[in-house]
Design a binder for this molecule. Structure first.
Ligand SMILES: O=C(O)CCC(=O)C(=O)O
Length: 288
């Protein structure tokens, strides 16, 4: 069956289509953006940083680089790594790939900074759930982000198959048009299950939510106001997801530069302030 939310970006017509679909629904899926060899290289890079997290054994921070490692029944469980691109060249190349710049250009323009650079792991049958939320709640402080609805796009690149069995994303189409909603969210959305009454309390219906099916190499784009979550991985394989979030540079005071005029911008000598408020004061690597 044809997926009404999925496009292939191989022509001007398709480009117009995915942009209007994104604006209408608050998300869109682009199929087959990266090929098999590229995804294999990305998977190997993800495995490298995952091994680093396993060796650390618990959550660890060095500046913006952060490993979130939970205590699993059988040992450490690496759930998320933020800003691995500072030291992992393949991950860095993906976040700066010009295909991303050209996909984002009609939505955000060519001068982009980056707020999110992270990988999520859902190991088989482990709780890597994400409660229903809007990403806007994490774009703080408010004054650093201007025109958030139109200036920010989150992207997620599938490394493994994403489907209901492996805990794929669930999106509520059109919910981005409602702006910031008083969703009753746990402080930590990672590790908390989606609770449908939370949607009903703000006038949304879980029955309207759609499963986002992704094959390796597919890219999902979503709005900071789109209500979304994801469930438990009950499959026999890992579900890895490479998330990069971009913002129109002139509308944001935070983030690392990613593209200027559509061209990749390498990291500068000092990390930029993104989310970690103690970036300048606490420079030493430390367990958290
Ligand atoms: O990895 C997932 O399934 C959830 C991702 C998500 O909700 C987010 O990054 O905001």
């Amino acid at each position: 069956m044809t997926d009404p939310h999925a496009y292939r970006v191989d022509g001007a017509q398709a480009a117009g289509d995915y942009v209007s679909a994104y604006r209408r629904n608050g998300f869109v899926v682009l199929r087959g953006l990266f090929g098999g060899d590229e995804v294999a290289a990305l998977a190997a890079a993800a495995d490298q940083v995952h091994d680093e997290g396993m060796r650390l054994g618990r959550s660890f921070r060095h500046g913006n680089l952060f490993y979130r490692v939970a205590a699993g029944d059988d040992g450490p469980l690496v759930q998320m790594i933020q800003w691995p691109s500072y030291h992992q060249a393949v991950l860095n190349a993906f976040r700066l790939d010009r295909r991303l710049a050209s996909i984002l250009a009609p939505l955000l323009g060519g001068d982009l900074k980056q707020i999110i650079n992270q990988i999520h792991w859902k190991s088989p049958v482990s709780s890597g759930d994400f409660a229903w939320h809007q990403d806007s709640r994490f774009r703080k402080p408010d004054e650093a982000y201007r025109n958030l609805a139109g200036s920010y796009v989150q992207t997620g690149l599938a490394i493994d198959p994403h489907d209901p069995g492996s805990g794929c994303l669930r999106f509520v189409p059109g919910s981005h048009l409602w702006g910031e909603l008083p969703l009753e969210c746990p402080d930590e959305v990672l590790g908390a299950a989606m609770s449908d009454p939370v949607l009903e309390a703000v006038g949304l219906d879980a029955a309207d939510a759609v499963d986002i099916l992704l094959a390796p190499g597919d890219l999902a784009l979503w709005s900071p106001y789109l209500v979304h979550g994801s469930g438990t991985n009950r499959s026999a394989h890992r579900r890895r997801f490479y998330i990069n979030g971009y913002v129109r540079a002139e509308d944001c005071d935070r983030g690392e530069w990613a593209f200027r005029g559509g061209r990749p911008v390498p990291f500068g000598p000092e990390p930029a302030l993104v989310h970690y408020e103690a970036l300048r004061e606490r420079r030493d690597p430390h367990f958290v």
